[in-house]
Design a protein around this ligand. Structure first.
Ligand code: DGL
Length: 291
């Protein structure tokens, strides 16, 4: 319910959501990747309050077992729901692929997921060859392969797991030589196949745009779904809480929670995001124990 009182159980420092009539939105990722979704959310829906939860102590998720990903993602989304979130964005392709059905079945708030943009890519490609860069867990998942099976067979998808990229981005090395070298080897099969479009199928990868452009130039199309995901969130909020549309509030609050290091998360948010974070009251806290 929008506007209800809420309180954290495990932290003593809080941005006060009490008294605002707008929804509190939870955004969850294995680490800093979902900041690319939060960035877009602040652009389209700046008036809301946000809790961003980064499980950086456990990133990367993409090389872990399906059961582990599903259980951990459900625990953290339950934590966000208990913290009072009125809607939750699972800003992680890997967690969406492994856990979204279970999370939706367990929580009674709207839960929006992210999936690699293979459908828009299949409609935009000129030569019918599309590279898909995502985590191994996403590429192997039933959900991704079911989506792939719905697409026209005249479009060829070159699937490539981006092993090792998430830890480099988490370490603040998105633009480093090391990242460039690893990325070059991952992009080689996609480049060799002649793809004219690449799907950024992990929310960390939009932070590699500059590096990809450096390696492949400006003509290749890069597809990420953050804009569409936030539009979907906006539609859900408008239909559930129509009274919120008429707010005169311009900027809400952002609470950043990290399971690893809240000061690093804050610094990375300031570095990676294009939004003017100074326009929002921001607080960074360390995640307490989550059952
Ligand atoms: N941002 C997550 C995703 O979209 C990264 C997964 C990982 O931690 O490996 O898939």
């Amino acid at each position: 319910m929008a506007g209800k009182n809420w309180q954290y159980s495990s932290q003593d420092c809080l941005i006060d959501h009490i008294g605002t009539e707008l929804s509190l939105i939870g955004v969850f990722d294995s680490g800093v990747g979902g900041l690319s979704i939060l960035d877009e959310a602040l652009r389209q829906l700046p008036q809301h309050d946000y809790i961003y939860l980064a499980d950086s102590a456990n990133a990367p998720y993409g090389e872990k077992s399906s059961d582990w990903i599903a259980q951990r993602s459900l625990s953290l989304c339950t934590y966000l729901a208990n913290a009072g979130c009125d809607a939750i964005v699972v800003a992680c392709n890997t967690a969406t692929a492994q856990a979204i059905a279970q999370i939706r079945a367990s929580l009674d708030v709207p839960v929006i997921g992210v999936e690699p943009g293979i459908k828009p890519a299949s409609m935009q490609t000129q030569n019918g060859i599309v590279g898909v860069l995502a985590t191994e867990a996403t590429l192997k998942s039933d959900k991704f392969n079911a989506l792939l099976a719905t697409l026209p067979s005249d479009c060829r998808f070159i699937k490539q797991a981006g092993a090792g990229l998430v830890p480099l981005i988490e370490a603040g090395k998105a633009d480093s030589e090391e990242t460039l070298d690893l990325l070059a080897s991952h992009l080689e099969p996609i480049q060799d196949a002649g793809a004219d479009t690449i799907v950024l199928g992990c929310t960390h990868y939009p932070f590699l745009r500059k590096a990809i452009r450096k390696l492949l130039g400006d003509s290749i199309a890069l597809i990420d779904t953050s804009e569409a995901v936030v539009k979907q969130l906006k539609r859900q909020l408008e239909s559930l809480y129509p009274q919120e549309v008429n707010t005169d509030r311009s900027n809400g609050t952002v609470q950043l929670i990290s399971s690893k290091d809240e000061t690093v998360l804050l610094a990375m948010a300031q570095d990676l995001m294009r939004s003017d974070l100074d326009a929002h009251a921001i607080q960074a806290v360390l995640l307490g124990k989550v059952s």
